[in-house]
Design a protein around this ligand. Structure first.
Ligand SMILES: Cc1cc2nc3c(=O)[nH]c(=O)nc-3n(C[C@H](O)[C@H](O)[C@H](O)COP(=O)(O)OP(=O)(O)OC[C@H]3O[C@@H](n4cnc5c(N)ncnc54)[C@H](O)[C@@H]3O)c2cc1C
Length: 454
């Protein structure tokens, strides 16, 4: 039977370039077979919660398989922390179910509104990459449905090529139906956090280098409009999971209870003038000014890992034209490239609210996985006139310093740029060609970047 679909205008989280796609919402994994056979669509791509910023889960004129209803948890082994679930299960659902039992995600991005399938397909990283690596490194195996109609079990031992092409493979090698992931045991829902106010970029990098080994989690909020001697000033927030003995009495008695947050919502698209450079500079100054260097703060996991999730639809703050999130990673030896990026941004006055700076550990085996040893800087850039030429300039700086962009965030990069940044792209294409010779899996991003022919 042919599955029904709805024509819908979709974007990524940055809300630029809406595209009409044909959205399927299967309720059972076996329906995916019928969907992929539907020849009325030229191609398909899977979609989780659409938290990638650009067009990786958008498929103009083709099919999009929405995983929202494929969100069952099948098995959990408390002895090993291994959870088996469908790919549409969200990180929020995993936390809600397993944190009260003493388990947390092994790696989490800065939002919990992400599916397991999306986390694998972008091989997401968190504030613990310097220690623990990416999400894919905690995936024991997954069931991958290929467009040729095969359900393959993939793991680092079974079909390893396909496993590491799919981890970070932006949905192009097959549809992940289920996965087994290893959660980490924790003894409370709290983090002991140390805050350090860095006066400039050199101070921030030196602090990361000197002390990162003491912290499982480490991140900095950067004032990306600061200039001159203050260029790159930031607030480092580093932390470890708290032991109940470190919690004050009331919390120690119930270490997994967290006071619920009162979440807010941005109800409308904000007018563009609100984001003028003056307002943003005032906000960043206030943020920097209100923090001080302090150690041993107890903060619950939700406020530590997911501050932005408190404001639903916060992407509407950037108005109707949306924004891009530019995530640039530079190898450790080229960390000075960060200065060039920040200088360009503050001179052009295009930066927005705080940027994020993290230190990455070694690269993993995912062919298109983003992280590599070095520093990663993430910036929100509003969509104003001249955006693309400006981003091309930033790309040039990145290329000159041996850096790379993160595909989960990208919306406009040129194919030749990405080909240089991801040297395993040809190997990836070769593996994709084996399991999907007709290119039934494609996306607006895959065609824009020439990963798949038009
Ligand atoms: C506020 C915020 C903070 C963020 N912080 C971070 C961060 O710290 N680190 C980080 O790495 N990322 C971060 N991200 C990006 C986000 O984690 C990734 O883009 C993530 O992949 C989104 O998951 P999703 O479920 O929304 O998937 P989508 O965005 O819908 O899709 C992402 C990719 O996964 C593929 N996909 C989805 N489901 C399947 C499936 N079942 N089978 C095969 N392919 C599938 C899609 O085709 C697409 O290529 C952040 C995003 C936001 C909005």
């Amino acid at each position: 039977m042919v599955e029904p679909f709805v024509a819908k205008s979709l974007t990524g989280w940055g809300r630029i370039a809406p595209r009409v796609c044909h959205v399927y919402r299967p309720e059972k994994p076996r329906l995916i077979e019928n969907i992929l056979r539907d020849l009325s669509q030229p191609h398909f791509i899977a979609r989780g919660l659409g938290r990638s910023y650009g067009d990786t889960a958008v498929n103009e004129g083709g099919g999009v398989i929405d995983f929202a209803r494929l969100n069952r948890m099948m098995r959990f082994d408390p002895a090993t922390g291994v959870l088996e679930c469908e790919a549409g299960v969200t990180l929020a659902e995993i936390i809600e179910t397993f944190l009260p039992r003493g388990f947390f995600l092994p790696v989490t991005p800065g939002t919990k509104f992400v599916t397991v399938g999306g986390a694998i397909a972008n091989d997401v990283h968190g504030k613990n990459h310097h220690r623990d690596g990416t999400f894919g490194q905690f995936v024991l195996d997954f069931g991958l449905y290929t467009p040729e109609g095969h359900l393959l079990l993939c793991s680092p031992e079974d079909n390893p090529d396909l496993f590491w092409a799919t981890v970070g493979g932006i949905g192009l090698t097959g549809v992940i139906l289920t996965a087994r992931i290893r959660l980490q045991p924790v003894r409370s829902a709290y983090i002991v956090a140390d805050y350090h106010k860095s006066r400039d970029l050199d101070d921030a990098l030196a602090t990361f280098e000197a002390s990162d080994a003491r912290y499982q989690y480490s991140v900095a909020w950067v004032d990306c409009l600061a200039r001159g001697a203050m260029l790159g000033r930031c607030i480092l927030m580093r932390g470890n999971h708290a032991d109940p003995a470190q919690l004050p009495g009331s919390l120690a008695a119930k270490p997994f209870d967290v006071r619920p947050r009162r979440d807010k919502r941005v109800p409308v698209d904000c007018p563009a003038f609100l984001l003028n450079p003056l307002n943003v500079r005032v906000f960043n100054n206030l943020f920097y000014g209100m923090h001080r260097s302090v150690e041993g703060q107890i903060i619950d996991y939700d406020r530590y890992f997911y501050p932005l999730d408190q404001i639903h639809d916060w992407n509407r703050l950037y108005g109707r034209r949306g924004f891009v999130q530019y995530q640039a990673t530079l190898p450790t030896e080229s960390a000075k490239g960060l200065v060039a990026l920040l200088e360009r941004l503050s001179t052009e006055r295009r930066g927005s609210f705080l940027g994020v700076l993290k230190r990455f550990g070694d690269a993993g085996p995912g062919l298109l996985s983003h992280p590599m040893k070095g520093y990663t800087l993430t910036l929100d850039i509003p969509n104003r006139t001249g955006l693309v030429p400006f981003l091309r300039e930033l790309d040039r700086i990145l290329l000159d310093h041996g850096g790379r962009l993160y595909l989960a965030k990208d919306a406009v990069a040129a194919p030749e740029t990405v080909a240089v940044m991801y040297p395993d792209l040809d190997r990836f294409r070769e593996i994709k060609g084996r399991v999907d010779p007709e290119n039934r899996l494609s996306s607006s991003m895959a065609r824009r970047l020439g990963i798949v022919g038009v």
